[in-house]
Design a protein around this ligand. Structure first.
Ligand code: SF4
Ligand code: SF4
Length: 729
């Protein structure tokens, strides 16, 4: 019996280890096929600290407290209780086996039992959470919708099985010691002695056989798990236990910030693309899965299918086909299915010819050849991996990146796919054509004449200094801030109200500011988020040259998209400025007493976090401080706020595209705001202002909302309080 147990344990272990090693080698080989990823190994000590904090500290998992805490015990159990597997191997040979030195050491025994029980309770919690959110119960709203459920169940019940085996073995050990005439102290069996009491009547041989069988069962469960995941290299729910350490260590920002804010410059084979003189074999974006960097391929392998990203995605939540989870899973499955072809040397050269010889491809399975023939982006009829509707539904809001517990960088991957579609395939929603044409010809999305940028200056009753009007060729030293007005702020009637209100507040506070007027061009954000890096580079270069020429130092912007581009992306092109958002400056002016909000504004306001101000740049407090400074103004947060704020639908150049599928994102957001019955919906972004206003106006036209409900920038609310009542409009 014991010999049989030993034979089974050893055979299973050898097979499992062999299969696991083979799979790990092929996974690493696949990841190494990716393009070079720049800047992933700087500051190794900081990276290690970040990795330890995010894995052992579960700092990102704990954004969802209950699930995070439960997962922590399972995570710790998986690592620590490995020692109990080692004990089980010994028990198959000798039922009385204990690990040398620590096996009968009370602290080790306490830890083993405490962690085992907590792991069992925790996996129970996670099972309950999965069942409560099961797609069959809550449908598309389930974050598990589309996840491979059998894999999750298998992992969950494996953990239950392992946990029960540990408790059972400890109880049997207790009973065996008693049967052998020892009187084991509860100190050595703090949480299992009472279970062991149930076996007190059993004879020694019976107990020894039970220990051998249960230890074997534990080994079988563990090795079956290893064999299963080795045979399923796309089983992220299991593989992330190993890959997460690497995925976090190699994340974009060594300090632990998520991959938001700046987009990565476009690289080809690890080098920035020179648009003025691109190399013949330069790759623009991602057209085939092996064009992703190795970090991208590592990302795909690490997805746990937890669906946190999906649950926060505005596109998914409004019925669009895009789910960041399903996108990552599709890319992962495609890469894995294509891997045998790629590893055999398959792939197309710059002319579109097959690189590999017939001999090289001779042993490649037909399924891998067929997978390689699929377009990476294509419709169902084209057998595409990613449907174009999926790709173009993204608002680049960053909710997915913010939520992902294993630091997958979805937005970077989506943008790389878009870049190829726009720059190489010229394939993008037709409505965006006029946006690009206008940006190229008039340097603004609406195609208005540059002179229109200063029209608002004529509409205010205080002086505004426009660069060049007094013959200056650099910004005068007394100018504290260059006010970057932005295209919307200068050209859109609703956003112009923000521009005027902010300028007036600066005037009231006695802040010396200047605007560039016709010297401003679009920051390039819409072109870049659309994937047109070429148009972005043209606009951004022009702006950087202008700003450097005029000696810009400190810039304030009302548009979070401009703010993000100037602060985070222009440094990639040699433009280094001190950039702040207008809500930051206003909060400071109020705090310094340079602006005195005295007139009461007796209204209930709910504030909408713009994605490019909040998630992308972590500016959540200043706009709220501005509102808090207004007497009698009451605020109420929407459920989805701050890090979990819900997009208005404008980002990612979506503002210039039709929204044909599902509910409009701006309606979804406004519905949430209106549920609070506010007098005012406030925000701090011209794009959000336009999207929210559009929705509220439609609701008003339908008679669903009182005419008095307004949508305004926080600066407009502050101005109402700072102005004297006599001056109030
Ligand atoms: S960036 Fe926003 S819209 Fe795009 S996939 Fe992520 S959550 Fe969805
Ligand atoms: S991408 Fe991240 S958040 Fe989304 S399902 Fe995968 S692991 Fe979860």
């Amino acid at each position: 019996m014991q010999a049989f147990a030993v034979l089974v344990a050893v055979t299973l272990t050898v097979v499992a280890a062999g299969l696991a090693v083979r799979t790990v080698v092929s996974m690493i080989s696949l990841i190494r096929l990716g393009q070079p990823a720049v800047g992933r190994t700087d500051r190794p000590a900081t990276r290690t600290a970040t990795m330890l904090r995010e894995t052992f500290g579960h700092s990102r998992m704990l954004q969802w407290t209950l699930v995070g805490a439960a997962h922590w015990f399972v995570f710790v159990g998986f690592g620590f209780l490995f020692l109990t597997l080692a004990t089980a191997y010994g028990q198959v040979f000798s039922p009385s086996f204990a690990l040398p030195l620590i096996g009968h050491w009370a602290p080790f025994e306490w830890l083993t039992e405490i962690i085992a029980w907590l792991m069992l309770v925790s996996i129970g919690v996670l099972i309950a959470v999965r069942q409560r959110n099961h797609p069959d119960r809550v449908g598309r709203r389930s974050r598990f919708s589309g996840s491979t459920m059998w894999q999750a169940y298998y992992v969950e019940w494996t953990i239950v099985g392992v946990g029960l085996c540990i408790i059972g073995l400890r109880a049997l050990e207790h009973a065996l010691q008693r049967a052998q005439g020892e009187d084991p102290s509860w100190v050595h069996f703090p949480l299992t002695w009472f279970v062991g009491a149930a076996f007190d009547e059993l004879a020694i041989p019976t107990l020894e056989t039970a220990i051998v069988l249960l230890a074997l069962f534990k080994i079988v469960i563990s090795m079956a798990w290893l064999i299963t995941i080795a045979l399923n290299p796309t089983m992220g729910v299991a593989w992330h236990r190993f890959s997460v350490f690497f995925n976090v260590w190699f994340k974009r920002n060594a300090t632990g910030e998520v991959a938001l804010g700046a987009l990565l410059p476009m690289h080809s084979r690890g080098k920035p693309v020179d648009f003025e003189d691109p190399a013949e074999d330069d790759v623009f974006g991602v057209g085939v899965v092996e064009n992703f960097t190795w970090k991208g391929l590592l990302d795909f392998s690490t997805c746990t299918e937890c669906g946190r990203c999906q649950s926060q995605c505005p596109a998914w939540n409004t019925g669009k086909p895009l789910s960041p989870k399903l996108l990552i899973m599709s890319l992962r499955d495609h890469a894995a299915a294509k891997a045998p072809y790629l590893l055999a040397g398959g792939g197309l050269d710059a002319e579109g010819n097959e690189r590999a010889t017939a001999e090289q491809l001779a042993g490649v399975p037909e399924s891998a050849i067929a997978e390689a023939a699929r377009p990476l982006v294509g419709t169902l009829e084209q057998n595409g991996v990613i449907d174009p509707e999926v790709l173009w539904s993204c608002t680049t809001c960053g909710a997915c990146v913010e939520q992902c517990p294993v630091d997958i960088e979805h937005v970077d991957h989506i943008l790389d796919l878009r870049r190829f579609q726009v720059l190489i395939e010229s394939s993008f929603p037709s409505e965006a054509n006029s946006l690009l044409k206008n940006l190229e010809s008039k340097q603004n999305p609406w195609g208005m004449q540059p002179a229109a940028r200063t029209a608002w200056v004529e509409e205010v009753d205080f002086p505004v200094r426009v660069f060049g009007m007094d013959g200056e060729d650099t910004i005068p030293a007394d100018v504290e801030y260059l006010f970057w007005v932005g295209c919307a702020g200068a050209l859109d009637d609703r956003a112009k109200k923000t521009t005027k209100a902010f300028a007036e507040l600066l005037h009231i506070a006695g802040v010396q500011f200047m605007v560039l007027g016709e010297g401003e061009a679009c920051s390039g954000d819409p072109a870049r988020r659309l994937g047109n890096e070429f148009v972005y580079a043209m606009l951004a270069q022009q702006n950087v040259e202008t700003l450097n020429e005029v000696g810009a130092r400190t810039i304030v912007a009302t548009c979070p998209h401009c703010f993000n581009t100037l602060a985070n992306e222009y440094p990639q092109l040699g433009g280094h400025y001190d950039v702040i958002h207008h809500t930051q400056l206003l909060a400071r002016l109020v705090a310094e007493g340079r602006l005195l909000p005295v007139t009461p504004v007796d209204e209930l306001v709910t504030y909408h976090d713009p994605c490019y101000l909040g998630r992308h740049n972590k500016i959540y407090t200043p706009p709220r401080e501005v509102l808090a400074g207004v007497p009698q103004l009451r605020t109420q947060e929407m459920h989805r706020c701050k890090e979990r704020g819900f997009c208005c639908g404008a980002g990612g150049a979506r503002m210039w595209m039709e929204e044909r599928i599902g509910k409009r994102i701006n309606h979804d957001r406004v519905d949430e705001a209106l549920a609070l019955e506010p007098d005012v919906i406030s925000t701090a972004c011209p794009f959000c202002l336009v999207m929210l206003s559009d929705s509220v106006d439609q609701r008003k036209a339908a008679g669903e909302v009182a005419e008095s409900v307004g949508v305004v920038d926080v600066s407009q609310l502050l101005l109402r309080s700072v102005r004297t009542p006599a001056k109030a409009p």
